[in-house]
Design a protein around this ligand. Structure first.
Ligand SMILES: Nc1ncnc2c1ncn2[C@@H]1O[C@H](COP(=O)(O)OP(=O)(O)OP(=O)(O)O)[C@@H](O)[C@H]1O
Ligand SMILES: [Mg+2]
Length: 402
């Protein structure tokens, strides 16, 4: 009887969770909710979600709990020789009480995440009769073993989660494509209009040159947009690959500054760097962090006026590095601040600077993929400061440095 009443409590909880899952169409927050619910229901140390990419046939970690969870993102797991692969292929749940004695356990995932798996319960995520991924619960707390009720609970949660994930994936795609097409229309319309002007019999050679300049400028803008769209689409779908290398952030910052220095000089904007001499290394993707710096410092240079100053500072705190890019530029109106990281968002601008409104969205995606966060503070007429923090994992970096 006790068991029955406990069951009712769990079922109630499941209904509540399922409601909360269906209330969001954003993939990242949704995956997070699923993981928190899975961990609570199974009383385990960690949970992770893998999704199957239909096109490439690859199975990848999409999200995982725990401070090192972000490291798992985009790790590819082989279809043969992994527990998740077995679950995808059979469409059935699987309990492994001791992974050491099971050849299906994929050890590399543990090595990358620095988490030690002892036991696993994995259930398939099935939406519209298709297996779209796997939900895994790792290590019951207090050394307990997985029981039948764990399998049942996680299976029910997996069924709910799969539908919500499928919906979020579909929404994400349709949303992004619609926005991309919309954004590309403006430069395309300009190119068409100026090409037609050039074809007019009464157009002078000088006019034609001028029209060609506009066409070229708009085409360059389209080209840059296409690159950014692709980047963003990859980042948002979790298909982006992130290197896990020891990175010296001061080198990354100095490189970005040297790229932007000529532009700053030409606009008579001061660009200075203040970095402590011995920074701890972080684990991450140097190229993508370079892109974050280019986007932030590039914005500062783009939106500042001659005579303004841009200062880049790095501070080392206990377990993280804090980078700030501060400028004395025009600032961002208070009502715009909450939207600044949204894709395609641009502050209406009297000086008509060009841009697609993607730079900050991409920067945030990259910082978050490194387990960090990014914030902005700004006052109109006073300037703007973007600050991002990246976690420093000493043990891991030390191990790599040897
Ligand atoms: N340092 C800054 N000072 C003032 N406004 C800024 C600053 N950085 C960003 N903004 C505002 O935030 C908006 C969004 O920035 P974001 O970098 O995402 O897009 P963008 O620069 O317009 O285009 P792009 O996709 O080329 O980067 C900008 O349009 C601008 O209005
Ligand atoms: Mg920008």
């Amino acid at each position: 009887m006790v068991q029955d009443s406990e069951r009712v409590v769990w079922l109630e909880r499941l209904i509540e969770i399922s409601r909360s899952l269906n209330s969001t169409l954003s993939l990242r927050p949704l995956l997070h909710r699923i993981l928190v619910a899975a961990q609570e229901l199974t009383r385990t140390e960690a949970c992770s979600i893998l999704l199957l990419d239909r096109k490439s046939g690859q199975l990848r970690f999409e999200a995982a709990t725990g401070p090192q969870g972000y490291r798992m993102r985009s790790i590819v797991v082989p279809m043969e020789g992994s527990i998740a692969g077995w679950v995808v292929q059979t469409g059935a749940p699987l309990v492994i009480p001791d992974v050491r004695s099971d050849p299906r356990h994929y050890h590399k995932a543990d090595e990358q995440s620095t988490f030690t798996t002892h036991s696993i319960l994995a259930v398939p995520l099935i939406a519209r009769d298709n297996v779209i991924g796997v939900l895994e619960a790792l290590n019951k707390k207090n050394g307990a073993e997985f029981g039948e009720e764990d399998v049942e609970l996680l299976t029910v949660l997996g069924d709910q989660a799969a539908v919500a994930v499928q919906n979020a994936l579909l929404f994400q795609q349709s949303d992004l494509i619609a926005e991309i097409v919309h954004e590309m229309r403006t430069p395309l319309a300009a190119i068409l209009a100026y090409a037609e002007l050039m074809q007019r019999a009464d157009a002078t050679l000088a006019q034609c040159r001028q029209f060609a300049d506009v066409i070229r400028g708009e085409a360059e803008r389209l080209n840059e947009m296409a690159t950014n769209f692709l980047d963003l689409a990859r980042l948002e779908s979790g298909r982006a690959f992130f290197a896990q290398d020891p990175v010296d952030l001061s080198t990354v910052i100095r490189m970005a500054v040297s790229v932007l220095m000529p532009q700053a000089d030409a606009k008579q904007i001061g660009l200075s760097v203040d970095i402590p001499s011995a920074l701890p290394l972080i684990v991450g993707d140097a190229q993508r962090l370079h892109q974050v710096m280019l986007n932030l410092v590039g914005n500062a240079v783009k939106y500042c006026r001659p005579g303004d100053e841009v200062t880049i500072m790095v501070r080392s705190e206990e377990d993280r590095l804090v980078v700030s890019v501060a400028d004395t530029g025009p600032g961002i109106p208070a009502e715009a601040l909450p939207h600044i990281f949204e894709r395609f968002y641009r502050v209406p601008d009297v000086r008509r600077t060009l841009g697609a409104g993607l730079g900050l969205t991409i920067a945030r995606q990259i910082v978050e993929a490194h387990g960090g966060e990014i914030h902005v503070s700004s006052e109109e007429g006073q300037g703007t400061t973007f600050t991002f923090m990246l976690p420093v994992n000493k043990t891991r970096v030390d191990a790599d440095a040897h």
